[in-house]
Ligand binder design. Structure first.
Ligand code: ZN
Length: 213
């Protein structure tokens, strides 16, 4: 038994959805998502595994707390759900976490998701986007957000490539639109975005009520 096997035996993973031992996110909890989301952000088609509530919300939060095994389980879920619809000629580009959060957390959850997905799908991953300093959207009013439209920059080596953006949570889609704009400025062709969960107003609260019922 290798070291990973020993560690798994000593500290068996617990499902973030149902808390049963065995997997970071068990098959039953992944399969429970019947609320797949498809919408358009600007001109960018976006697909999400489901609504940001219940198991998916717990999984996303677990990743933010450092559960890399859950990030890999989510990447696996994205691959299994969308394997047949994934374009074969794209480069996966993660939406970057703000520099301050990445420094505090020690990793970038979008990059983890893209790496896990790319490995399974045989697609290249390029961390081509960076957030310009002091441009974080958090806490800005609408006018400041509009002024910060160019808050992302993209590496020039994406020029001429088709890109699929990868992120954990999408809310308004503004971040995805800004990332797509940064890629286009560098000559890339963003084709769409693959996201774990779509935050809808009130969905987490409604999910909480269902769980209690
Ligand atoms: Zn489970």
């Amino acid at each position: 038994m290798d070291l990973d096997g020993v560690l798994a035996r000593l500290f068996p993973a617990t499902c973030v959805g149902c808390r049963r031992a065995g997997a970071a996110l068990c098959a039953a909890c992944v399969a429970g998502g019947e609320d797949e989301q498809r919408f358009v952000a600007g001109t960018l088609p976006v697909i999400a595994l489901g609504v940001y509530a219940g198991t998916l919300r717990r999984a996303v939060l677990a990743v933010k707390r450092g559960r890399r095994d859950v990030a890999d389980a989510l990447a696996c879920a994205l691959f299994e759900r969308f394997e047949t619809t994934l374009p074969r000629d794209v480069v996966l580009v993660p939406v970057p976490t703000s520099t301050a959060r990445r420094a505090a957390r020690g990793f970038d959850q979008g990059a983890l998701l893209a790496a896990g997905l790319g490995m399974r799908a045989g697609l290249p991953v390029l961390c081509a986007l960076t957030e310009r300093a002091h441009a974080a959207q958090h806490g800005r009013d609408r006018a400041a957000r509009l002024a910060a439209r160019d808050r992302f920059d993209s590496a020039t080596l994406v020029a001429g490539t088709r890109v699929l953006l990868v992120d954990d949570v999408v809310t308004t889609g503004a971040t995805l639109r800004d990332c797509a704009a940064a890629l286009r400025r560098r000559g890339a062709a963003p084709r769409g975005a693959l996201v774990v969960a779509r935050a809808l107003a009130g969905a987490a609260e409604r999910s909480g009520e269902r769980l209690r019922a």
